[in-house]
Design a protein around this ligand. Structure first.
Ligand SMILES: Cc1cc2nc3c(=O)[nH]c(=O)nc-3n(C[C@H](O)[C@H](O)[C@H](O)COP(=O)(O)OP(=O)(O)OC[C@H]3O[C@@H](n4cnc5c(N)ncnc54)[C@H](O)[C@@H]3O)c2cc1C
Length: 291
């Protein structure tokens, strides 16, 4: 059993890990990529202590290296599911299952969407980002699952309990697993409907559908949070002044909770969340922030 698992090794997650370690708590940090800065070559010029503009990815990598040098366990894996089990949590990655007393969501704001015609129009009207949240409404209906990897298989496992009429749309991504559902491999071009989604158009044809579940890549913070029934407002996870969500033991920090989407603010959140997590894990004694 872990004390605390931090999902995300961006500025918020690493900052929390460092402050926890300094208070004698050993966190496990799980991240999968450079977060907000993945896929960009932007230079960061406004973060304290950088005499010259620094490549964003170098700054993030420096943070990860700093944590490792301090003896913090940092692993690169995608978290595909988060569940609460009694008073603890189960964190499932692409290759491990961990149990932990507390979780810090520091997963930033990345979302995997399908930016094609009709996506925004039918989001919430037939297009869902969370099988566990919305699958129930599609019992015995015709459902599309849009995805290709472990996260798609995870969502599929849930949806197959609701309906047998499922088609996988890989949206052009490679997918070689044996599967007992039809697989449409071509790119999606359009989501079609009137009030609600009714069809998916691809480069090769048009498919009738009652609902579509997006399960591309790995889930982002909002999906994790939704799976657990966390309160979300305007796409931000809602936390109290102790950085705790409405689920005891589930904390959130950084871009995921909104406010200024900046490295300095994410670092500040991480520091404060660490103190709150320490107090949660040690309810009777609080040494305050480490010096
Ligand atoms: C192009 C661009 C330029 C920017 N330039 C600046 C700048 O100059 N100055 C500035 O202050 N801010 C800048 N920002 C904003 C800054 O990058 C973010 O505010 C900051 O990175 C937020 O930190 P975070 O720790 O909350 O999230 P992120 O840095 O986004 O980190 C999220 C972490 O969660 C991990 N994660 C997510 N999902 C999973 C999962 N399923 N499993 C495992 N791990 C997961 C990711 O791998 C990553 O490690 C920029 C942003 C962008 C997009």
């Amino acid at each position: 059993m872990k004390n605390i698992i931090i999902i995300g090794y961006g500025p918020a997650g690493i900052s929390a890990a460092i402050y926890l370690k300094r208070q004698g708590v050993q966190p496990l940090v799980i991240g999968k990529d450079f977060g907000a800065l993945e896929g960009y070559d932007d230079k960061v010029e406004n973060f304290y202590g950088q005499a010259e503009p620094i490549d964003g990815k170098v700054l993030i990598q420096n943070g990860i290296n700093q944590a490792k040098h301090l003896g913090i366990d940092v692993i690169t894996e995608s978290v595909i599911s988060l569940k609460s089990v009694g008073e603890t949590f189960e964190v499932v990655t692409t290759s491990h299952t961990f149990e932990t007393k507390a979780v810090l969501l520091a997963t930033g704001k990345t979302r995997h969407t399908v930016r094609r015609a009709g996506f925004t129009q039918f989001r919430g009207k037939g297009i869902s980002m969370c099988a566990i949240c919305d699958g129930f409404f599609y019992r015995r209906k015709k459902v599309a699952v849009i995805g290709y990897g472990p996260y798609m298989l995870h969502e599929l496992d849930f949806l197959r309990k609701m309906t047998k009429d499922i088609t996988i749309f890989t949206d052009g991504h490679a997918f070689d697993d044996e599967i007992d559902f039809p697989v449409v491999r071509e790119k999606i071009t359009k989501f079609i409907g009137n009030e609600k989604l009714s069809h998916i158009e691809t480069t090769q044809g048009t498919y009738e559908i009652d609902g579509a579940f997006i399960a591309l890549g790995t889930p982002s913070s909002v999906e994790f949070a939704s799976q657990l029934g966390v309160i979300i407002e305007k796409n931000n996870v809602v936390v109290n002044d102790k950085y705790m969500t409405n689920i005891p033991g589930l904390f959130a920090a950084g871009d995921i909770i909104g406010g200024k989407l900046q490295i300095a603010k994410a670092v500040y959140d991480g520091m404060n969340a660490a103190d709150a997590i320490y107090n949660y894990l040690h309810p009777k004694k609080s040494p305050g922030l480490s010096k």
